[in-house]
Design a protein around this ligand. Structure first.
Ligand SMILES: Nc1ncnc2c1ncn2[C@@H]1O[C@H](COP(=O)(O)OP(=O)(O)OP(=O)(O)O)[C@@H](O)[C@H]1O
Length: 286
């Protein structure tokens, strides 16, 4: 049993020329926890993941990933123990796979070497067997020989998760894995994520995409942490309203979360339709 946390940030700051992208972030993820990171556009979510995935180290402060301090460890070696799912090019470069005409199976196999092109001499029967088992477990066993470029967005999303699991990672990091998915594809992927065994961190914009197995939440705003802790304490209307700068109503049912903007006119119309006297019911925006 691992004793050190899966992730630990001690006042992590990332600066680029003339800008601070994230500032003094303190965060600890224990093994076995499943975190969601929420926040508006530009809040710093992908930047946080770029540190957690050992893609870049802090400008100041310190970060430990799977017990290794960034800056004092072979980053490539460490990356091979991290399962990373990201559709954008900042964290995982899929351009080479597309140029090479890689099949879904080849893309999953690259997860074994942590590379963006297949290294065929490194994959034997055991790796191929694992790739095909993972594709099947994510409901895309029949896609193995299909070029990744022609796969639909929903198929690609699940192939990326299979790729991330290929190296038997100690932690899985997912940056907006639902982008571009229709409702059934999104729900299929949420179901697949609910079966994830390793510790995970999911970055998303949408409360509706938070899997029911999520244990903790981190809210980011303007490059800083607004709130963090057990999911039920953090995903409140009050916190989310502050995070997104808009008054929000939050529901939690059957383990899943829903948010919508507070709309007093629609609320009054619904109350009238239900026979409520305006002003008689208490306001329950948060
Ligand atoms: N290399 C860079 N140079 C300058 N600014 C950058 C760089 N990388 C990111 N940024 C800026 O840092 C801020 C945070 O970016 P980041 O991608 O982490 O936000 P995010 O929360 O993931 O946003 P989104 O939800 O829109 O994907 C943004 O304003 C972005 O433009």
């Amino acid at each position: 049993m691992e004793t050190s946390p899966a992730l630990e940030f001690d006042d992590v700051t990332i600066r680029v020329v003339g800008r601070t992208l994230i500032s003094e972030v303190a965060w600890k993820v224990a093994h076995g926890e499943h975190w969601v990171v929420l926040g508006p556009n530009g809040a710093g979510k992908t930047t946080l993941l770029s540190v957690a995935s050992a893609v870049q180290h802090p400008s100041s402060g310190a970060a430990w990933v799977l017990g290794h301090r960034l800056g004092r460890v072979d980053m490539r070696e460490l990356r091979s123990r991290i399962g990373l799912v990201a559709a954008g090019r900042r964290l995982v470069d899929e351009a080479l796979m597309e140029e090479e005409g890689a099949t879904a199976e080849a893309v999953v196999l690259t997860g074994h070497t942590g590379t963006s092109v297949p290294l065929w001499d490194r994959y034997g029967p055991a790796e191929r067997e694992r790739a095909s088992t993972l594709l099947a477990s994510l409901g895309c066993g029949d896609l193995a020989q299909r070029p990744f470029t022609v796969c639909s967005q929903g198929e690609r999303a699940r192939i990326r998760v299979a790729r991330a699991l290929m190296g038997d990672p100690g932690i899985v990091l997912l940056d907006e894995p639902f982008a571009g998915l229709d409702l059934p594809a999104r729900e299929d992927l949420i179901e697949a994520l609910e079966g994830l065994k390793p510790t995970s961190v999911l970055v998303t914009h949408h409360l509706e995409e938070v899997p029911a197995t999520t244990t903790h939440a981190l809210l980011v705003k303007g490059g800083g942490v607004l709130a963090q802790g057990p999911v039920e304490e953090i995903l409140t209307g009050e916190n989310l309203s502050e995070c997104f700068g808009r008054r929000l109503l939050v529901d939690h049912s059957d383990g899943r979360w829903h948010a919508r903007a507070h709309n007093p006119r629609a609320r009054a119309a619904a109350d009238r339709a239900a026979g409520w006297i305006p002003g008689a019911a208490p306001e329950t925006a948060f």
